[in-house]
Design a protein around this ligand. Structure first.
Ligand SMILES: Cc1cc2nc3c(=O)[nH]c(=O)nc-3n(C[C@H](O)[C@H](O)[C@H](O)COP(=O)(O)OP(=O)(O)OC[C@H]3O[C@@H](n4cnc5c(N)ncnc54)[C@H](O)[C@@H]3O)c2cc1C
Length: 280
């Protein structure tokens, strides 16, 4: 038997987290599946629950000078429909889950669930997203690649919750998000891919690439990205095989019920090659 806590305010939620060991539940679309029982029975949660999805303090989207701030409780559907949402994030959300799930599931939940197949993640990685976490007496702002440390693992402490995410609001000359799944939507990704590039005076001035579902964490290799900064578009195209070879070392997928490792790796590198060749 577990207890449920339904705080009236965000402050009360932080107080409850400071005093108890609780499982935070937002939309519940991951947790209800993870802890499901046989049909007709209640889910088998192992800890007392802290319900947060009704907290208005975590339900906002606001634009600042060079960034968009999204409260952890904002549903995926609201993020999709906001005029402030980055084009690339909209692309990922449009083919994520189904409208019913998007109306319950939250962006905070997708991040803290920390699945390598989470569809917002490759986009959030290339947009240099930062995660704002708070406890009663502390606040931390953490780059997403440091926040997620493995499948279903983050550095969130027991007394902390995610308050908001900060996404870089930058436009790019070339942007892509691709999801390979069994169906177009409402399917877990076999592979996902996000990339953005800017060109300045015919040279590559910004180049970022990330892959989902090809390893225990999202793959983004900033050292490899730096190697193409300053090269011309022709040079970038000439380096295509070398770039793919370099990324190949970091693409370490597994075989599972959705796909094979060999297929995932081949398709991930094909997506990278296709993206580089699309830069003209
Ligand atoms: C039918 C179905 C289809 C789906 N399709 C997709 C899909 O296509 N792509 C995809 O990426 N996902 C998909 N999902 C997974 C899920 O909908 C998303 O991951 C969603 O964003 C989770 O959000 P939530 O609010 O429901 O999270 P919850 O289930 O409430 O929580 C998930 C995790 O996040 C933690 N958490 C939530 N909010 C906070 C917070 N503010 N602070 C700290 N911890 C927090 C919880 O403790 C838990 O560990 C699907 C799920 C279902 C059931």
């Amino acid at each position: 038997m577990v207890n449920s806590y339904i705080p009236k305010t965000y402050k009360e939620a932080l107080n409850l987290l400071a005093q108890n060991e609780l499982l935070i539940i937002a939309g519940g679309t991951d947790l209800m599946v993870k802890f499901k029982s046989i049909s007709g029975l209640l889910p088998k949660f192992k800890k007392d629950m802290l319900f947060i999805s009704h907290l208005a303090e975590l339900d906002f989207i606001k634009k600042e000078k060079n960034s968009i701030h999204i409260g952890a409780n904002v549903t995926l559907e609201k993020v999709l429909n906001s005029k402030h949402t980055h084009y690339l994030l909209k692309k990922a959300l449009l083919i994520m889950a189904s409208p019913a799930i998007r109306n319950m599931g939250t962006v905070g939940g997708n991040i803290v669930n920390a699945s390598p197949a989470g569809d917002t993640l490759p986009v959030l990685y290339v947009l240099n997203t930062k995660i704002v976490v708070e406890s009663l007496d502390n606040k931390r702002i953490i780059p997403i690649e440091d926040f997620i440390v493995g499948p279903s693992k983050t550095i969130l402490k027991e007394n902390e919750l995610v308050k908001e995410i900060i996404i870089e609001d930058k436009s790019f000359d070339y942007m892509v998000f691709e999801k390979i799944g069994t169906r177009q939507a409402d399917a877990i990704s076999k592979i996902s891919f996000a990339a953005v590039t800017n060109i300045k005076n015919s040279n590559i001035s910004d180049f970022r690439v990330s892959f989902g579902a090809v390893g225990p964490r999202i793959v983004r290799e900033k050292e490899l990205e730096k190697k193409v900064i300053g090269v011309t578009i022709d040079e970038l195209n000439g380096m295509c095989n070398l770039i793919c070879d370099n990324y190949s070392k970091f693409i370490t997928p597994i075989d599972d019920q959705r796909s094979s490792a060999i297929y995932r790796k081949k398709v991930a590198l094909n997506l990278l090659e296709e993206y580089i060749k699309s830069i003209k």
